[in-house]
Design a protein around this ligand. Sequence first.
Ligand SMILES: [Zn+2]
Ligand SMILES: [Zn+2]
Length: 326
Amino acid sequence: MAKKFQLVDTFEQRTPTTPPETNWKLCLVCQEETTESLVCPVLSKRRDPGSGYTTMAANLVKFDELGKLPRTVQLQRLDEGQGVEATMVAHQAKWHKTCMLQYNNTMLRRAEKRLIASSSAFGSTDNVPGKRARTHSSEATTSGTSCFFCGKSGTETLHEVATFQVDTRVRKCAAQVGDNELMARLSMGDMVALEAKYHSKCLLALYYRAKTTVEAEQKTDHEGVMSRIVLAELVLYIEETHLEEGTAPVFRLADLAKLYTTRMEQLGVALCKKVNSTRLTERLLAQLPGLRSQSKGRDVLLAFDEDIGEALGKACEQDCDTEADL
Ligand SMILES: [Zn+2]
Ligand SMILES: [Zn+2]
């Protein structure tokens, strides 16, 4: 691996020690007595005092996942089993405002960005599913000296999974991206019990893969839903025109396709390719049993069986005149 420049982060200088007990009378973060006054969310005048704990707990867990918690803030001492937030609430945790600010959303995003920047410098080949298999063995996952995800130890710091939140999220992500190999490893037990270690960049890579997968699925899903709505509108439009007294409507497929595209765009779905006319015809014919399609020159015309003999013939002769009715 090529050497790369990296900002020295004082947070990195972590040595494994058994965490001391938390003194809940002191600042949760620094555990030091200073002149700065302590803030306690329970005593705050905000309408929802608990939300202070929710954010702080969630952010500390995320910082821990990124391996960016300093030695003084070990989650083990902040989680008595029911999760960090519940433990904080139970002890009415307090903190210095300056200490809290180090773990707010802005700092979290900054830490994430820095990690992504450094992980993209390593290249993405690590995350190609097929390529990972070569270094993996079931022994590697339990030996605790290699990364749970990439199977390598590498030169980067390996972090230990300290909370069940990480395990839960990894499981969810593995399912979302459909990583069977990872799910098989997770079936051996929870990551905390397995004493699983990980590179921050590998964990983040999984999170990002899951995020993009879900987003892509939602997009496809959204397009499908909109498409069904627009098709239903098109069917209704055809039916209504057909029911109008004294008309025997003939529809040009090209016009219907244009209508479909316009309506989809109005609903915020920009179609990246031209509407598949054959597929559109199939869908329309499936929903309108009386409708028949017939090619006429370059056009495909759609009309109802009962009108077909008369109207289709006329439409072809008069060409433009009948289109005014549509
Ligand atoms: Zn403090
Ligand atoms: Zn790794």
